[in-house]
Design a protein around this ligand. Structure first.
Ligand code: F6R
Length: 609
């Protein structure tokens, strides 16, 4: 949460920092601000709300500099307001900082700074203490002052700091919050994520925990905890800035829904050899390792957790290993049974979700082997895992995850298939058949997208409903949870998902005329049972939208609408069934006038507990 950007060059820092912030707005958009050193003073402009508000107040302002730092905020400590916005400065405005993360001992530090130094705090944030700490240690060397300040801080942070007396330098530091440095020709960047600088640089350094970076227009110096210079390989970014543009779509979410066929194909082809065997390049896990696992935990948050629900059923079915799925924030505080025969699978689009990262660390400490499914190359989850299966979805900007989910499902299938085959449980015929089903998915997703007008008209009919349920059985149950999350997060409708067979144990009490129910019935072997569940719902007067494979006529007779998906093997239908649900959520949110790409109270990357 929160995005930070720093630019050091010859001139034009204001434009570069604002441009970078706009590309980080997915990380938070409660307020934004910028600080530039000008004529021996630090000038700060900040404003509550989206970056557009900040731009308005600085558009006629001729302040500019050769370096600058900026911030886009997702509020944790202190409400969204001008005064709580970053950058924060020390007492005499000679130091300014931007911060992503949480300083856990800020109350203690605040008390000490007030009593021993008489410092009066302007904001309710934890972050302001950082500026004052650096301020009291500053004696002309920002790097040293930052090091001393950091020694006193507990928590998670990516910080960038500037000093009025050293107007050519940015000092940044990282602990448990992402930070990348970008190398340009005569200028350099520091930021929370690559898109912030992609318009200007393609070569980046990933900064590791407890490292400090000193950045000028001509150099990027990375120091480890002991203060020694670290040699780091430059990483070349292969995707370009266009991948982070809307490309003619009204919203990133719609663009990303449409990118799914390509993303699915890319994720598949990267893991298939020409002879159709699964390519394990970069994976160190051996056949022997795999044979000794007697338990798997899949741990993730939100949408990634929903991909885990499908992953569990798929791995259990194909590889006959017991799999438990848990949300990372719960997994961290229970007593899971982990030993060296446990495989821990973390799923994360960003690779920076703190709960997932901490759960992974916990599992590793207890001896588990860690395999992760991650979209962002070089992210913390990827770097701390033993092995990584990347989803090749490209940058996902919309807060509501779509293409990351479908590509996570593809990785789940590939992992299950590989395990099943290695254990001799998936024979050649079944292997080839599932593989051809997977290869057919991009075209099938495309055909659902070509039919989006129908889903738009259904959304127009029902967008005023305030109670929407998603039900299904087996793999459809997992997809129901994702459909419900998509709807609630972008349209703010009270939505709920439940396994269809569980309805009669209580929730059916809510199935009245004002309820709208999405009934997913794509699993052939559970179809008849699902039809019975739908009849029970229909008898209570709720409106029902069915989702089924082509030709399943019985469902049409007992529902108000049916959305058909192309014929496919039961095991891969989650990839197809979720697409109408994503489109429905999108069109409902649009009808209700919601901010689709940036829903209220949310942020794309959740790097706080
Ligand atoms: C919902 C959504 C979130 C994320 C969750 C985990 O659309 O995007 O629920 O799935 O915050 O994020 P990652 O996958 O980055 O760990």
């Amino acid at each position: 949460m929160c995005g930070i950007v720093g630019f050091a060059g010859k001139d034009g820092a204001k434009e570069k920092v604002i441009d970078g912030l706009k590309r980080l707005e997915y990380r938070g958009y409660d307020s934004a601000g910028i600080a530039l050193p000008i004529n021996g003073k630090i000038e700060i402009r900040k404003h509550v709300g989206e970056i557009a508000n900040l731009e308005k107040i600085i558009q006629d302002d001729d302040f500019d500099s050769s370096i600058g730092i900026g911030h886009t905020r997702w509020a944790t400590h202190g409400a969204p307001s001008d005064v709580n916005s970053h950058p924060h400065a020390n007492r005499d405005n000679s130091i300014a900082i931007v911060h992503n993360g949480i300083i856990e001992n800020y109350i203690e530090l605040k008390a000490w700074l007030s009593s021993d130094y008489g410092i009066k705090f302007k904001s309710d944030t934890d972050s302001e203490v950082i500026a004052h700490l650096i301020g009291i240690y500053y004696d002309g060397d920002l790097h040293q002052a930052v090091n001393k300040a950091v020694e006193q801080m507990r928590g998670a942070y990516a910080i960038a700091a500037i000093a009025a007396d050293e107007p050519d330098k940015i000092v940044a530091v990282r602990k448990d919050a992402p930070l990348v440095a970008g190398q340009g020709d005569g200028f350099n960047f520091i930021a929370s994520d690559i898109p912030a600088m992609l318009k200007y640089v393609r070569s980046v350094y990933f900064i590791e925990n407890n490292e400090t970076v000193v950045l000028t227009k001509d150099s990027i110096r990375i120091y480890n905890e002991e203060g020694k210079i670290v040699k780091r390989e430059l990483y070349h970014v292969s995707w370009n800035a266009d991948a982070a543009e809307k490309d003619g779509y009204d919203h990133f979410m719609m663009k990303e829904i449409h990118e799914q066929p390509k993303a699915i194909e890319e994720t598949l082809v990267r893991r298939l050899n020409p002879d159709d065997s699964i390519n394990l390049d970069g994976i160190s896990m051996t056949k022997e390792d795999l044979e000794q696992f007697n338990k798997i935990y899949i741990v993730a948050c939100g949408t990634a957790y929903h991909a885990g629900l499908v992953g569990k059923l798929t791995i259990e079915r194909m590889a006959a290993i017991p799999v438990e799925v848990d949300v990372a924030s719960e997994f961290r505080y229970r007593e899971p049974f982990i030993d060296d025969k446990t495989l821990f699978i973390a799923i994360s689009q960003s690779g920076e979700t703190l709960d997932t990262l901490e759960a992974l660390r916990e599992a590793k400490k207890k001896g588990a082997r860690v395999l992760s499914v991650v979209n962002v190359v070089g992210s913390s989850v990827a770097r701390e895992s033993d092995d990584v299966f990347y989803t090749w979805a490209g940058p996902e900007i919309a807060v509501a995850s779509t293409k990351a989910y479908t590509t996570q499902l593809i990785c789940m299938y590939l992992i299950a298939l590989y395990m099943g085959r290695t254990k001799g449980l998936v024979d050649d015929t079944r292997y080839e058949s599932i593989l051809s089903e997977l290869k057919a998915l991009p075209a099938k997703v495309e055909s659902i997208l070509n039919n989006k007008k129908k889903i738009e008209s259904i959304a127009r009919k029902y967008y005023k409903r305030e109670k929407v349920f998603f039900v299904g059985r087996g793999l459809d149950s997992g997809v129901s949870f994702e459909g419900s999350l998509k709807l609630k997060e972008i349209s703010y409708i009270n939505s709920f998902a439940i396994a269809a067979g569980e309805l009669k144990h209580g929730t059916i009490a809510l199935m009245e005329e004002d309820a709208l129910v999405f009934a997913l019935a794509t699993q052939d072997f559970l179809y008849e049972k699902m039809v019975s569940n739908v009849k029970e719902i229909a008898a209570r007067g709720a409106r029902i939208i069915g989702v089924a494979k082509e030709g399943r006529k019985e469902l049409a007779e007992i529902t108000d609408e049916v959305i058909y998906i192309p014929e496919a093997d039961d095991i891969v239908t989650p990839v197809l069934a979720v697409v109408p649900l994503q489109l429905f959520a999108y069109y409902v949110a649009k009808e209700r006038g919601c901010n689709i790409d940036k829903p209220k109270n949310l942020a794309k990357s959740v790097t706080v507990e």
